[in-house]
Design a binder for this molecule. Structure first.
Ligand SMILES: C[S@@+](CC[C@H](N)C(=O)[O-])C[C@H]1O[C@@H](n2cnc3c(N)ncnc32)[C@H](O)[C@@H]1O
Length: 211
């Protein structure tokens, strides 16, 4: 169940698509200040930097883009063009205001993304593969819209990684020859001045190329 106040505790407890849409609708306007800035939320930057360091280039899809913090980091690093997709129209409305995305696409990553197969040379995602959100079931939709050779950089909460089955899902993709050059650097999600409950939380950045 969601709580009245949109925050990380409520987000980690989400249990349905309806709850997800409601929480992020309530959170959209204040997310960047009440959460990202206040908690020194570094993950969007970590994800974008890892993508660029791996040689990632546009066009890039930012999956679960929210208010566009990862897109903003990519934009600042000179990556273009960028497109955003998210299940929450209210979060996407905030992302659009940043004026960094060529397009925004409202979609449930678990149902597919309505763009042609092979549209992107890069796929990033920050903060969406985590507790109360979505797991490896979303990987086929992301693989479908990526071109052959596309660079992926997907953050996955470290405590959620095995629990959600990302270890097995990525192993299957690798063993099946669908992806190559998989690495999983571990990064801090928040800065040292974040709330004590989450200050030490980490995420893996799943870096790989679509074969
Ligand atoms: C914690 S926010 C992260 C937003 C942004 N990437 C960031 O790092 O600030 C998680 C985002 O995932 C989106 N989301 C959750 N479930 C989704 C789904 N099934 N399909 C698409 N987006 C989803 C939410 O609407 C929300 O914007």
């Amino acid at each position: 169940m969601t709580q009245d106040k949109p925050d990380l505790t409520a987000a980690y407890a989400l249990a349905s698509t309806a709850e997800t849409k409601r929480l992020y609708s309530d959170w959209a306007q204040s997310y960047d200040l009440s959460f990202a800035a206040k908690e020194s939320y570094h993950l969007p930057w970590q994800t974008a930097r890892a993508f660029v360091a791996a040689g990632g280039q546009g066009p890039v899809l930012d999956a679960g883009a929210g208010t566009g913090l990862c897109g903003q980091a990519l934009f600042d690093l000179g990556v273009a063009p960028l497109e955003a997709t998210d299940i929450s129209p209210d979060m996407l409305a905030q992302a659009l205001q940043k004026d960094i995305y060529r397009d925004v696409i409202e979609a449930d990553l678990l149902s597919g993304i309505p763009v042609p197969r092979g549209s992107y040379q890069g796929v990033v995602s920050s903060g969406t593969f985590t507790h109360g959100h979505i797991g490896p079931e979303a990987l086929p939709a992301l693989m479908r819209v990526a071109a052959s050779g596309a660079q992926f950089a997907l953050s996955i909460n470290a405590k959620f990684y095995v629990k959600a089955g990302f270890d097995q899902a990525l192993e299957r993709l690798q063993n099946g020859g669908w992806i190559r050059e998989l690495t999983l650097p571990e990064v801090a999600i928040y800065g040292e001045d974040a709330d004590e409950a989450h200050r030490k939380d980490t995420a893996y950045i799943a870096l790989f190329k679509k074969s």
